[in-house]
Ligand binder design. Structure first.
Ligand code: 4AD
Ligand code: MG
Length: 562
């Protein structure tokens, strides 16, 4: 995946490598990503641009030997620059950008690459201040790279992850498009809490407004009550004068100055009165609660935790839909699996039940694994070598193995049997499975992805369909090795009376969900959907350990940089 290369053109018998369409140079992938690794291009003149990964000065004739990467693939192009071409230029420092023109040549025997570039002309050099370049040193830990978010995309790992992330996004749209789903853009700012868990970030302009009010208050302290009363008395007095002059039938010209004085006094009184009513801080109602009617949306609003409720409105009209966008959770989780801002893919299928839902989730996850094997093998091989030897095999296994499906009750029974390991959280029917339980099921017991379904209603959201047993809901979670929960979904409660009862049981207010209940009042239909955490999928695929390294700009408690 990555940048699209222009189609190669044929000059005479020879296939010419094409420039990328918009930057007048050849992507390195168009050379090294060919099945012949560039051999067929030997002798061709090309322009290549990129950033120096490593560089050294060699011998008398060659001034510099560079490994250049342009992000189009994991491989670097070896670039040789003659002393007479380079003149005084400093090219070898890591991070230097170069745009060079030259001929693709066969390297001397014994080198790994099948082709290298002999530079004839240097078109651009962006030098590096080596003493200050924060990522010049050999191998930096992923953790220390998190404090260099603006530069870490230049590392092999982060650029591999970026290509895989892009590929998974393309795979997602391909899968859903192929299966008749329409992409719906659900709102980022919302007034309903989908999960009912109260983990929402509030969207408000009241605080900046309050700061403005504080400043104004400090600059113009309110007048005293006596000042306001005096101004009001002055208005009355000046009014009396005008009244009296009118009674005495004075001419307009004679009255005019007194009228002007009255107007002025009125203005001053109004001004003082307004100033006196000015309050610092947040606008508040009589009882002291914050007055959200004065807020931007004239009510409380939040960043969405899920686009599900809104996407259901489209499912109940367009049948198969999905939303793919950022979601936000203000949970104070410091784990390697949680972010405060993450992306979620949420399909919603009309006329579908829990089994259809599980089938869709399984097909989608397996499709993405196969897609990476087909489109990103080089990147996967690199990450596998560096971080997790089993990453590629895991993708192959998931792409080719049907998932295990068990009920929650069965899962608890299986976990209760475990004697070889002591869980931190005690297992008993009714608990919300913890990450350690989820991983044990998928990694140790079944050694493949597991779908757990029919969870106790008390640990799941209000919208999940109540099963006939009255105790469980038609929910399902897909658990995968390395990560634990990758997908959470359910059949939705389509019965109005049951849904109303569930809202009441869970102490949720009815009013914000009236529109959602309307979908059940009018033309209700069986339907189901799920949410897949995009970063969890990337974590699972790449084998990296921390979710903060698979999103370009991670946000978590205490951190929101750039
Ligand atoms: O299980 P969750 O909370 O389900 C929902 O939000 C439903 N409304 C989805 C639906 O039915 N349309 O979240 C879905 C997935 C989880 O399985 C997990 O992969 C991911 O979103 N997720 C997170 N990923 C990163 N950081 C977090 N804080 C996450 N919380 C959930
Ligand atoms: Mg969940």
């Amino acid at each position: 995946m990555g940048p699209t290369e222009g189609a190669p053109s044929v000059a005479g018998e020879r296939e010419m490598v094409a420039n990328s369409k918009y930057s007048g140079r050849v992507f390195i992938k168009a050379i090294l990503g060919r099945p012949d690794e560039g051999v067929g291009l030997i002798g061709q003149k090309v322009t290549v641009g990129g950033w120096v990964k490593t560089g050294r000065v060699m011998g008398k004739t060659t001034s510099a030997f560079l490994e250049v990467n342009d992000g189009s693939c994991v491989a670097n192009l070896q670039v040789l620059v003659d002393a007479n071409v380079a003149a005084e230029k400093q090219l070898t420092l890591t991070g230097t950008s170069v745009l060079v023109e030259g001929e693709l040549v066969k390297p001397p025997e014994g080198k790994n690459q099948k082709v290298e570039l002999l530079v004839e002309n240097i078109l651009h050099v962006g030098t590096v201040n080596a003493a200050k370049y924060p990522i010049a040193k050999g191998k930096l830990s992923l953790e220390s790279l998190r404090s260099q978010l603006h530069l870490r995309a230049r590392t092999n790992t982060i650029s591999c992850v970026a290509r895989i992330r892009h590929a998974l996004a393309v795979a997602t749209h391909t899968f859903f498009d192929k299966n008749g789903f329409m992409w719906v853009h659900t709102p980022i700012i919302t007034t309903s809490d989908c999960e009912g868990a109260g983990e929402m970030f509030q969207v408000t302009t009241l605080f900046s407004e309050a700061e403005r009010r504080d400043k104004e208050y400090a600059a113009h302290p309110p007048p005293s009550e006596a000042d306001v009363d005096a101004a009001k008395a002055d208005v009355l007095e000046k009014g009396d004068i005008v009244k009296k002059m009118k009674e005495e039938k004075k001419s307009k010209k004679e009255i005019e100055p007194s009228v002007q004085a009255l107007m002025k006094a009125k203005e001053l009184a109004a001004q003082l009165e307004a100033q006196a009513s000015l309050k610092p801080g947040l606008p508040r109602k009589e009882g002291g609660e914050v007055d959200y009617a004065a807020d931007f949306f004239a009510r409380q609003a939040f960043l969405t935790v899920s686009g599900q409720l809104q996407v259901e409105t489209f499912a109940c009209a367009l049948s198969n839909v999905y939303t793919f966008g950022p979601t936000f959770r203000a949970e104070n989780s410091h784990t390697t699996r949680h972010l405060a801002e993450f992306w979620m893919i949420e399909p919603e299928i009309a006329f579908a039940d829990l089994e259809d839902d599980m089938n869709c989730a399984e097909d989608y996850v397996r499709f993405m694994c196969q897609w990476l094997l087909d489109h990103c093998l080089d990147d996967m091989m690199f990450l596998s070598k560096m971080y997790d030897k089993s990453a590629v095999d895991r993708l192959r296994m998931v792409a080719s193995t049907p998932f295990k499906r068990i009920t929650y009750t069965e899962a608890v029974e299986e976990l209760e049997k475990v004697t070889s390991k002591k869980f931190e959280n005690k297992v008993e029917w009714g608990i919300d499975l913890a990450s350690e339980h989820e991983r044990y099921l998928t990694e140790e017991i079944y050694k493949k992805p597991v779908i757990v379904y029919n969870y106790p209603k008390d640990i799941k959201a209000f919208y999940m369909r109540l099963n006939d047993d009255g105790k469980t809901v038609a929910a399902m979670d897909v658990l995968v090795p390395k990560v634990g929960e990758l997908v959470g979904g359910s059949q939705r409660e389509e019965r109005l009376d049951v849904l109303e009862r569930r809202l009441t049981e869970m102490n949720l207010p009815m009013e914000p969900y009236e529109w959602y209940l309307d979908l059940r009042r009018h033309g209700t239909v069986k339907h189901a959907g799920f949410g897949l955490g995009f970063e969890r999928m990337i974590l699972f695929a790449t084998g990296l350990e921390n979710i903060r390294d698979v999103i370009p700009f991670p946000r978590y408690p205490g951190k929101a940089e750039l």
